[in-house]
Write a protein that binds this ligand. Structure first.
Ligand SMILES: Nc1nc2c(ncn2[C@@H]2O[C@H](COP(=O)(O)OP(=O)(O)O)[C@@H](O)[C@H]2O)c(=O)[nH]1
Ligand SMILES: Nc1ncnc2c1ncn2[C@@H]1O[C@H](COP(=O)(O)OP(=O)(O)O)[C@@H](O)[C@H]1O
Length: 206
C-alpha cells in the first residue's frame, strides 16, 4: 500500500505572514499541496472562490457541518472556517503532502484525528510589527484589525502546543526555516521507511 503523505499545519495570528510564507514555499516546492478551506467570511479584493477559499453562506456551512464533511472547523474572528475531508483525505492516501493554513483551534483538532501531523506556529517579531503589517496590508477595516489584534493574544498563548515555532522577522529567513522543517520531516519519514527495507538489513544496520 502507498505510504500516506505528510500533513503540515501552519497557524499564526492574523498578519504574522503565514499566507505570504506558504505562497512563497509553493513556488519552490510543488510537492506540498495547500488545502483550500471553506469560510463564511466575505472575499477580500483579489480573492477568488476556490483559490484562497471556498466562500460559503451560513446555510451552506451549516449543511457541511451537519453532513460531517469537515476534518475540523472553528469560529475565528466572528466567522466560521473549516477544512473539508474531501479536500485532503484522497491526497494523503495517495502519498501526497498536504499543508493546512488554519487557526490554532483547528490545528489542535487536526492533531486529534492525525496524530502524525506536524504543527508549525508562526510568530511576528513584535506587537507593533503585527499591527503595522495588518494596517499596511490594507485589506481589513480598523475594527477588524482591532479584533484580530485582540485575538492574537489568545492565539499566541497556544504556541507551546506546537511542534515548531518560526519567528517571521526577516521573510527569507522564516521561509528558510519553513522549508527546513518540511525537508526534515520528509527525511525522517524516508529513513523510517528505509529501516524496514532489506537493504538496511543486509548492511547489518537494523
Ligand atoms: N480552523 C480553521 N481556521 C482556518 C481555516 N482557514 C483559515 N483559517 C484561519 O482563520 C483565520 C482568519 O483567516 P483570514 O480571514 O484568511 O485572515 P488572515 O488571518 O489574515 O489570513 C486565520 O487564522 C486562518 O489561519 C480552516 O479551514 N479552519
Ligand atoms: N517578514 C515580513 N516582513 C515584512 N512584512 C511581511 C513579512 N511577512 C509578511 N509580511 C507582510 O505582512 C502582511 C501580512 O501577511 P500575510 O501573509 O497576509 O499574513 P497572514 O496570512 O498571517 O494573515 C502582508 O502585507 C505581507 O506582505
Amino acid at each position: 500500500m502507498e505510504q500516506p503523505g505528510n500533513l503540515f499545519v501552519v497557524a499564526a495570528p492574523s498578519g504574522a505572514g503565514k499566507s505570504s510564507l506558504v505562497k512563497a514555499l509553493r513556488s519552490f516546492d510543488a510537492r506540498v499541496y495547500p488545502s483550500v478551506s471553506h469560510t463564511t467570511r466575505a472575499p477580500r479584493g483579489q480573492e477568488k472562490h476556490g483559490r484562497e477559499y471556498f466562500f460559503a453562506s451560513e446555510q451552506e456551512f451549516d449543511a457541511m457541518v451537519a453532513n460531517n464533511a469537515f476534518v475540523e472547523w472553528a469560529n475565528v474572528h466572528g466567522k466560521r472556517y473549516g477544512t473539508s475531508k474531501k479536500g485532503i483525505q484522497d491526497r494523503l492516501a495517495n502519498g501526497e503532502d498536504v499543508l493546512l493554513e488554519i487557526d490554532y483551534q483547528g490545528a489542535l483538532q487536526v492533531r486529534e484525528s492525525f496524530p502524525q501531523a506536524v504543527l508549525i506556529f508562526i510568530l511576528p517579531p513584535s506587537w507593533e510589527e503585527l499591527r503595522s503589517r495588518l494596517e499596511n496590508r490594507g485589506e481589513d477595516a480598523p475594527e477588524v484589525i482591532e479584533l484580530r489584534m485582540k485575538n492574537a493574544e489568545e492565539e499566541m498563548a497556544q504556541v507551546g502546543e506546537f511542534d515548531f515555532v518560526i519567528i517571521n522577522e526577516l521573510f527569507e529567513s522564516a521561509l528558510f526555516d519553513l522549508k527546513a522543517i518540511i525537508h526534515a520531516q520528509r527525511l525522517k519519514i524516508a529513513s523510517q521507511r528505509r529501516l524496514r527495507s532489506d537493504v538496511f538489513e543486509s548492511l547489518n544496520l537494523s
